[in-house]
Design a protein around this ligand. Structure first.
Ligand SMILES: Nc1ncnc2c1ncn2[C@@H]1O[C@H](COP(=O)(O)OP(=O)(O)OP(=O)(O)O)[C@@H](O)[C@H]1O
Ligand code: SF4
Ligand SMILES: [Mg+2]
Length: 422
């Protein structure tokens, strides 16, 4: 295979977060959101490559970085082998035309005060009229401009184009608006279209037709898609290859049919089990493993999925805060909480990296350590197994975890997986 059309290498995008007054007083390092944290993938010409994952895993941040709306913190983006991360504005401007984005909210992308025709004409005025071969003709007459606008309207199925030319966005349906957005994008003759949840805001009834329309456009214009969705059923329909993301990282990547037939990463398995039966009347139900998606400011140690992973091992990244969560959950039972009041309350426990600790106060730290050990003695889960020691230190009891094993991306049955099970 030749050079990929798009090659993303070890991309990282961190956003600074505003720290509250108290947090600043307490000090600590710079807080950043690790929105995208070491992501690599490449897309071949003509491919539909899917980025799939729950809300907040970094899909849109990748999309925005690719079209130049967000600056990468580090890593490289190569378009046909050329590094677009460090280019001057002018070259970048031309190149960025080749990578265009379709957002989920077509309505917000269109100005309500501008007719459809004008919205598209605007693109031609700014960039010139670009031929299929990539030649650029400056707009020198209204007749030429109208002809070009009619051409793209017709191309996206808004026919007859004269009918739509003078309409305002408010007079169109959701699907028609998304087609206008597609027309604006196609006017630039892009090579790659980054489609970020393009049908998420459309009525269920027209989603399938919209997806088919996108595939049709791809064939007709020999496009390549980066297709973003949190919906696995949509990804299965659209994508040749998919990457499953979790908290800023790709956890499994490969041909869609391979992954759907036999998911290897526990997170992919959980996601696939959570695919809802299509029913517009019912809200989508998710039976993902327990717990919220952790926050991306302090992502979990080791494998980021470990707090929720049903297959987790003792080496997957257990740390002090997992012990605090364990206590919280344990003491949801009032009897247990009652019986273990001397170890609690949970607020007195502090987590710092691989350690959880609690000041013994009036109690004897050695006695308290013994109590904690006893409490853990019938715990069989991977968290408990990962605890290296429980012992008194000065006037505190300290629970210390073993460091996690290093994660590596491995080839497993024809796809890439980042998981210690392999
Ligand atoms: N400009 C920003 N400043 C600070 N944090 C941001 C910014 N943009 C995104 N984030 C954070 O980065 C993380 C990834 O966000 P992103 O929008 O890329 O996720 P997503 O996968 O597209 O989610 P969704 O499915 O909800 O669209 C989230 O924690 C989000 O809050
Ligand atoms: S490394 Fe694999 S087994 Fe361990 S927590 Fe992560 S997904 Fe689960
Ligand atoms: Mg998004």
């Amino acid at each position: 295979m030749g050079e990929p059309l798009l090659d993303v290498r070890d991309l990282r995008v961190y956003f600074p977060v505003f720290k509250g007054f108290v947090q600043r007083l307490l000090g600590g390092g710079e807080a950043v959101v690790h929105a995208v944290d070491g992501v690599s993938f490449s897309i071949e010409e003509g491919e539909v490559f899917g980025l799939v994952g729950e809300s907040g895993c970094g899909k849109s941040t990748i999309a925005k970085t690719l079209v130049g709306l967000v600056r990468p913190t580090s890593g490289k983006i190569l378009f046909r082998g050329e590094d677009v991360t460090g280019m001057d504005r002018q070259t970048l401007f031309r190149l960025r035309e080749r990578i265009q984005m379709v957002h989920q909210d077509a309505h917000a992308a269109l100005s309500p005060a501008m007719t459809i025709g004008e919205a598209i004409a605007d693109v031609f005025r700014a960039h010139g009229i670009i031929s299929e071969a990539g030649e650029r003709v400056p707009v020198h007459s209204d007749v030429l401009l109208r002809k070009a606008v009619r051409g793209v309207l017709s191309d996206v199925g808004l026919r007859p184009p004269e009918f739509f030319y003078d309409k305002y966005p408010d007079e169109l349906s959701g699907g028609q608006k998304q087609r206008v957005v597609a027309a604006r994008v196609l006017a630039l003759r892009p090579r790659i279209i980054v489609a970020d949840e393009p049908v998420a805001m459309l009525d269920m009834s027209i989603r399938a037709r919209m997806l088919e329309f996108l595939l049709e456009l791809k064939e007709r214009h020999k496009l390549t898609y980066l297709f973003i969705t949190h919906d696995l059923a949509t990804a299965k329909f659209m994508c040749d290859r998919i990457a499953i993301m979790y908290l800023g990282r790709i956890v499994e990547m490969g041909p869609s049919d391979t992954i759907y037939a036999d998911p290897k990463h526990p997170y992919t398995r959980a996601l696939l089990q959570a695919i809802p039966i299509p029913d517009p009347e019912r809200r989508r139900e998710r039976v993902l493993p327990r717990g919220e998606v952790p926050n991306a400011v302090w992502p979990p140690l080791g494998c980021r999925f470990h707090p929720r992973c049903p297959a987790a091992l003792a080496t997957c990244g257990w740390e002090g805060r997992d012990f605090v969560t364990f206590l919280e959950e344990r003491w949801l039972s009032p009897e247990t909480a009652q019986a273990e009041t001397d170890i609690g309350p949970v607020e007195r426990w502090q987590a710092d990296g691989l350690v959880a600790s609690r000041e013994a106060g009036d109690a004897d730290p050695a006695v308290l350590s013994e109590r904690v050990r006893k409490m853990l003695s019938d715990e069989r889960g991977p968290m408990a197994q990962a605890i290296e020691s429980v012992h008194p230190e000065a006037d505190s009891v300290v629970v210390r975890f073993q460091p996690p094993d290093a994660l590596e991306v491995k080839t497993v049955s024809g796809r890439l997986v980042e998981c210690l099970l392999y």
